[in-house]
Write a protein of this length. Structure first.
Length: 361
């Protein structure tokens, strides 16, 4: 009798299933690899990606036009504000006093101009009177001259006495003197008119200066209300009630509510195929599962190192080649869901699809 023990024969269906599973797995891997390869060939090789990208925006730093004490702070940090909304109000009393004084000066200058214009009109009337008086005296002088000439002729023939001839000559001289005096008075009046014209011009210039000062005072009163220039969110508020602020000193920032962009710093060996107008996909840490879309606006004409505070100096003996990066400006699509969650300064992973541009194929 044979004492050897024979184990159970393998289950043929199980072996077949195992082989089938291996075949399916291999086929799946091959098909997946083929799909991945095809996708890379058709799309992936045209995608340029960088995680050195950040959201940017036109952050507006607000400073007062005038110096003064803060009377009211009307907006809190992170509060949404609208364009034209008052954020901070300075104490306006000193500026209002200056405005009232400027208005009084304007009124005084205007009154001075009106007074000079009235004197000018009166002087014109005086000149007309002097002209009429001179004309009358010239007519009388003409008559007395003719009369004196006639009496001299008569005196030569003893038709009249010498006394009458002398009296006629005296009247002629008096008439001539009156004409001369009237002419001098007329010329003086005309000179006075020129003086008044100069005074009116100076008074009008002073009035214009006063009105300019009034406008400046009105602007200063308006400048005591510091308003938001854009729609956005208040940030980094430094203004405090009672504090004295100087003209041009920082008070508060306003982050824009829209119009954000992405500055993506691509390596220099990635730039050859990037063009303005190409589409980009953007991913952020704040919404990791929400892709955002954008469009390339422009490429900087210098690397980031060129614009640094301390540019690199490679003329020394110790040189290490470093791949440079060039900022690429990408415009965000405002229609994307969740775009309101984005903030300037957030990190972004940017991918630019260069395959849509036939020039890079």
């Amino acid at each position: 009798m044979d004492g050897s023990v024979t184990g159970p024969a393998p289950d043929l269906p199980s072996r077949r299933l195992l082989r089938l599973g291996l075949v399916v797995a291999v086929l799946a891997i091959l098909s997946g690899g083929a799909w991945a390869g095809r996708h890379w060939w058709a799309v992936g090789r045209y995608i340029e990606t960088t995680d050195d990208a950040y959201i940017g925006g036109n952050v507006t730093a607000i400073a007062p036009h005038v110096s003064g004490f803060v009377a009211q702070v009307l907006a809190a940090d992170n509060e949404h504000v609208h364009k034209g909304q008052v954020l901070v109000r300075l104490d306006p009393r000193d500026f209002q006093t200056a405005l009232d004084h400027a208005a009084a000066v304007v009124a005084a200058r205007a009154t001075e101009v009106e007074g000079l214009r009235a004197r000018y009109t009166l002087q014109q009337s005086i000149i007309r009177q002097y002209e009429a008086d001179r004309a009358a005296k010239e007519a009388r002088a003409s008559f007395t001259a003719q009369d004196a000439e006639r009496y001299r002729d008569l005196a030569r023939t003893n038709a009249v006495s010498r006394q009458e001839a002398q009296r006629s000559s005296t009247l002629d001289q008096e008439a001539r003197a009156a004409v001369s005096s009237s002419g001098a008075a007329l010329e003086s009046a005309r000179q006075q008119l020129k003086v008044l014209e100069a005074q009116i011009a100076a008074a009008r210039a002073a009035e214009a200066q006063a009105r300019s000062d009034l406008q400046t005072a009105q602007l200063d009163v308006g400048y005591t209300e510091i308003r938001s220039p854009i729609d956005g969110y208040v940030s980094n508020r430094a203004a405090q009630v009672g504090a004295y602020v100087k003209q041009g000193a920082y008070m508060v920032s306003v982050i824009p509510a829209a119009g954000l962009w992405v500055d993506a710093n691509f390596k220099e060996d990635q730039l050859a195929r990037i063009r303005p107008g190409q589409m980009a996909t953007l991913r952020t840490e704040v919404l990791p599962h929400q892709p955002f879309h954008g469009r390339v606006l422009s490429l900087a004409h210098g690397t980031g190192a060129v614009f640094s505070v301390i540019p690199p100096e490679n003329a020394t003996g110790n040189f290490t080649r470093i791949v440079q990066r060039v900022p690429v400006r990408i415009e965000l699509d405002p229609r994307d869901a969740g775009v309101e969650m984005l903030r300037p300064g957030l990190s972004v992973t940017a991918s630019v699809d260069t395959g849509l541009d036939p020039r890079v194929r």
